[in-house]
Design a protein around this ligand. Structure first.
Ligand SMILES: *Cc1c(COP(=O)(O)O)cnc(C)c1O
Length: 356
């Protein structure tokens, strides 16, 4: 028996303030061609790239809860950060604009793509978001500790102008800034419940979920979902930026905070947290040959477009793990497509170079 029922988890999530931003449930489909090609487990895809806000993605699920918190606290300005082509920053700007909140985005240039107004930055310009570009270490995600001071300075400047700012951490994952509860993870626990309802209707509970992990909120929420609602469905996070030891700590912190805020009293075991760092290669945002080839493979076989920073690395991981027998024939694995496709365009030169 699972620790909680779907209805119980749903009822707890319904107590959080939330605005309607996206189209749910997102589709769940079997990837027949890829399943046949690999000859391993049955592979399904959860299309969180189709949430419908600004090209879609996992961040828009989080923002249904986070923007509700921003509005409840009567803030009129949201300040956050990410990489130059951050999907989080675009989604935040789009959600904020829709609700009359002013977006200030600190964008860290952590990899060598042209800083021109392309991909997510183009869309942010169209939204007339306030963009502040800064340098960062190559191939690394900028951490909360490194950034929160800078963000608080910007918040002080805004207060002096009579504004009411709200600082949200990158990815909407960690409890930091003005976000006092792990709302991103709560939204992904809800995503897990949504997916479970869909797979049960098809007659199964997945053996595993696999997805790209970046700031930990998605994995933290999915993981708590499996612990609450299943007996032994594994969540495999494919790191796109940092070593698994660092990452596992973040995921634990977020999952435990989500457990607490939802009053579940569950224990996250040591073995429950599975983060693999074998597929990030040269680090965050750096496109490699495997990435380019897997984007072509999935587009050609399934008509689905992956992104070059997150979902392609997770798909490289999935295919490798099937080939190594980590996922077995007869098992059912759900791949979460978490969005990010606007970042394809600023990476056009590298992608085409590898696909020559
Ligand atoms: C942010 C992001 C992720 C990672 O989600 P986290 O909750 O930050 O770990 C995965 N895929 C895409 C496309 C993203 O933008």
């Amino acid at each position: 028996m699972a620790a909680f029922s779907l209805a119980d988890i749903r009822a707890r999530i319904a107590k959080f303030p939330r605005i309607e931003l996206i189209h749910l449930p997102t589709p769940l489909r079997k990837l027949d061609a890829l399943t046949a090609e690999l000859g391993g487990p049955d592979i399904y895809i959860k299309r969180d790239d189709l949430t419908g806000l600004a090209f879609g993605g996992n961040k828009s699920r989080k923002l249904e809860f986070i923007l509700a918190d921003i509005l409840e606290k009567k803030a009129d300005t949201v300040i956050t950060w990410g990489s130059l082509q951050s999907n989080w920053c675009l989604q935040t700007a789009a959600a904020a604009r829709k609700y009359g909140v002013n977006p200030i985005l600190v964008l860290f240039k952590s990899y060598d793509i042209p800083a021109g107004f392309d991909g997510n930055m183009l869309l942010e310009r169209i939204l007339d978001a306030d963009l502040r570009i800064r340098e960062a270490r190559k191939g690394k995600v900028v951490t909360v500790e490194e950034t929160i001071g800078l963000l608080n300075e910007i918040a002080d400047e805004e207060r002096k102008k009579g504004r009411r700012p709200y600082v949200v951490p990158v990815g909407g994952s960690m409890v930091a800034g003005d976000m006092t509860r792990p709302l991103g993870a709560v939204s992904y626990m809800n995503a897990f419940a949504e997916m479970l309802e869909q797979t049960r209707a098809l007659g199964f509970v997945p053996d595993a979920i696999i997805h790209a992990t970046g700031s930990g909120g998605t994995q933290g929420g999915l993981l708590l979902g499996t612990v609450a609602l299943t007996e032994g469905c594994r969540v495999v996070g494919i790191s796109v930026s940092d070593e698994k030891e660092i990452f596992s700590g973040w995921v634990r912190e977020i999952a435990e905070a989500a457990d607490k805020t939802m009053g579940l009293g569950l224990t996250i075991g040591r073995d429950d947290i599975i983060v693999l760092d074998d597929y990030m290669k040269d680090g965050y945002g750096i496109v490699n040959k495997n990435v380019a080839e897997v984007i072509r493979l999935i587009f050609r076989t399934e008509g689905i477009v992956l992104d070059p920073v997150y979902t392609s690395k997770a798909m490289v991981g999935l295919i490798d793990l099937v080939r190594k027998g980590f996922f077995k024939k007869g098992e059912r694995v759900v791949f979460f497509h978490t969005g990010g496709t606007p970042a394809l365009f600023p990476n056009r030169d590298t992608l085409l170079e590898y696909l020559k």
